[in-house]
Design a protein around this ligand. Structure first.
Ligand code: NDP
Ligand SMILES: O=C1O[C@H](COP(=O)(O)O)[C@@H](O)[C@H](O)[C@H]1O
Length: 580
């Protein structure tokens, strides 16, 4: 199998006794990607490589044709036999989706597992179990799942067959979340499927947070793996504030070690968020500019053009700051602003993220604007207000919109506003990072720009979704005999450049959890640092009963957000000004 400039994850275990628990190795074959892991050479032969889980893998003769160019390995051959080891045959992986009857399981988790299966990323021996209180047979679960499975647009061959085969690997166990007995029944069924192999078990907690600890207790005592690994993916919310988050962590750690807990933030699994580090650390043109010296402000924007729709009950006790800012946007900020990690190992990256979070000032109430959507009618159609949701109290003050200005008090970012904006029921749908650069000192063309110099500065936009893209706004001469300038985009539009469909975030994260790769999961000290920034302001907003500014469903949100930005001499970037 010749590999060049491809990204590849081998879907079988390595045949070496140094790998415990059959953790598989993420391995990239392109020259740059390969630096992901450290490797040891003898002459031009690659002898060992370090896996994401820290294991050193002797690669023996499998890479016999590798050669070194500029200190990196290129053009190597991998024997597929090397990866279909006898050890893999002895192990099995089961994924139990707890809360299998729920929205997230149907919408995201089962489809992601199928996509992994379809692309041969799941181990040879795997089983999927659904667990919930609802009564269902295996067949009914399969029926339920089959309605949400989709094939990739670009890869439809044998999709129907593959779906059928996948569904045959799915089983269901009904039970209570607090019953060890019921989890023992699950254990019995798991054992039947594991057929004497070393069992590795992953539990995905796709349930409301008030039952996380019960489930972890029962799964640990009733259904953890006796000889293989046991891991638990925990969905957010991880608490409501610093105190409840610490309590949750302490409760989980009664039954699990930190290494077994995979706290998911699905934004970390999004393609363009993963790409942030590549953009920054592997392009000479960006990293030197990545500081207060050249960057005027950074904007992290999330907007949805629909309301809470069916999730009002959950949303009302959390609100947009906890739902989006404290986790998704803050995680992006940390990746964006962290110092260069020692390596791309999970612990090195997470150490840097913690450092930058700890350098931030806790958010102050003067730097926050909150809003809530109200109903209105337009073109004969009426749009509901947030409080029309039957699960939301009529007098709810829960924000469905927030804008905030945050600051990192370190040498790199001193004084640079990091503005966040997140809202539901807005005019557009998307998530993006905007980096506005300073103006060119002594610009020869200043006369062409008029009085507002900052309006014509460079802006780098990383559009996380939809229509993934990275574009840089530059000033350009309009062709012709005169000297007229305009703003143009150097544009990397993913759909134009790459024919491959972008995998859903949950695919990447599930695969990483199966592989024991923790880079994209939140460590407990990261979580502490994140809550420390938002807890004081959340308490103050609640204690002072701050009224959210009402904004019409489908609008651009409260005008207060513009005043907040103006206070720091910032204009929010806007998709509608970006076409060129
Ligand atoms: N849905 C989404 O888009 C997202 C969800 N999340 C998080 O993922 C987790 C699951 O979300 P979602 O699927 O929407 O949740 P659901 O409300 O759909 O709950 C999942 C399952 O849990 C059981 N359940 C629900 N309420 C209770 C209760 N009060 N007590 C005991 N069991 C209950 C139900 O199964 P049964 O009755 O059969 O036992 C239900 O099918 C949550 O933590 C959520 O915050 C995170 C990001 C996005
Ligand atoms: O975590 C959450 O994310 C979704 C948005 O996720 P996306 O991948 O569709 O952008 C949001 O709707 C939800 O409120 C929140 O809990």
């Amino acid at each position: 199998m010749a590999l060049s400039s491809t990204y590849c994850r081998f879907s079988s275990a390595f045949s070496t006794s140094s790998i415990k628990n059959q953790e598989r190795c993420l391995f990239t074959a392109s020259k740059i990607d390969f630096n992901f892991y450290s490797h040891i050479f003898a002459g031009s032969r690659l002898l060992q490589m370090k896996c994401s889980n820290g294991h050193l893998i002797p690669v023996e003769n499998s890479f016999a044709d590798s050669s070194i160019v500029d200190g990196s390995v290129t053009n190597f051959e991998v024997s597929p036999d090397h990866f279909s080891s006898s050890e893999q045959i002895k192990t099995t992986v089961s994924v139990t989706v707890v809360g299998a009857s729920g929205d997230l399981a149907k919408k995201k988790i089962f489809p992601a597992l199928f996509a992994l299966y379809y692309e041969n990323f799941l181990p040879e021996h795997f089983t999927i179990f659904g667990y919930a209180r609802s009564k269902m047979s295996d067949e009914e679960l399969r029926n339920m799942i089959s309605k949400t499975l989709t094939c990739r647009i670009d890869k439809r061959e044998n999709c129907g067959d593959k779906m059928e085969k996948f569904l045959q690997r799915c089983f269901y166990q009904s039970g209570q979340y607090y019953s060890e007995e019921n989890f023992k029944e699950l254990d019995k069924k798991l054992k039947e499927r594991e057929a004497g192999k070393v069992p590795n078990r992953l539990f995905y907690l796709s349930i409301p947070p008030n039952i996380f600890v019960d489930v972890v207790r029962c799964a640990t005592y009733g259904a953890s793996s006796p000889t293989g690994w046991t891991r638990v993916i925990v969905e957010k919310p991880f608490g409501r504030d610093s105190e409840s988050s610490r309590e949750l962590t302490a409760s989980l750690k009664q039954y699990l070690t930190e290494d077994q807990i995979f706290r998911i933030d699905h934004y970390l699994g999004k393609e363009l968020v993963e790409n942030l580090s590549v953009l920054r650390f592997s392009n000479l043109v960006f990293e030197p500019l990545w500081s207060r010296q050249y960057i005027r402000n950074v904007q992290l924007i999330f907007s949805e053009d629909f309301g809470t729709e069916g999730r009002g009950g959950y949303f009302d006790s959390y609100g947009i700051i906890r739902d989006i800012m404290q986790n998704h946007l803050l995680q992006i900020l940390a990746l964006f602003a962290m110092e260069t990690p020692v390596s791309l190992d999970a612990e090195d990256i997470r150490n840097e993220k913690v450092k930058v979070l700890k350098s931030m000032r806790p958010l102050e109430i003067e730097d926050v604007v909150v809003g809530q959507y109200k109903g209105h009618s337009k073109g004969g159609k009426s749009y509901p207000s947030y409080t029309d949701d039957p699960k939301v109290p009529n007098n709810s003050l829960t924000p469905t919109f927030a804008a905030a200005a945050l600051f990192i008090d370190n040498a790199r970012w001193d004084g640079v506003p990091f503005l966040m904006k997140a809202g539901k029921a807005l005019h557009s749908n998307g998530a993006e990072i905007r980096v506005q650069f300073r103006h060119v000192p002594g610009n020869l063309y200043r006369r062409n720009f008029g009085t507002y110099l900052d309006k014509n500065t460079n802006e780098l936009v990383i559009r996380v979704q939809p229509n993934e893209a990275i574009y840089l706004k530059i000033n350009n001469k309009v062709p012709g005999l005169g000297m007229r300038l305009d703003r143009s985009n150097l544009n990397l539009l993913y759909s134009a450049k790459y024919s491959r469909e972008i995998p859903d975030a949950y695919e990447r994260l599930l695969l990483d959890a199966i592989e024991g790769e923790r880079r994209l999961f939140i460590r407990s000290d990261e979580l502490d640092a994140a809550w420390a920034l938002f807890t004081p302001v959340l308490k103050e907003l609640e204690e002072k009963h701050v009224f959210p500014e009402l904004y019409p469903f489908g609008s651009r949100g409260p005008v207060g957000a513009h005043y907040l930005a103006a206070k720091y001499n910032v204009r929010w970037g806007d998709l509608s000004n970006d076409d060129s």
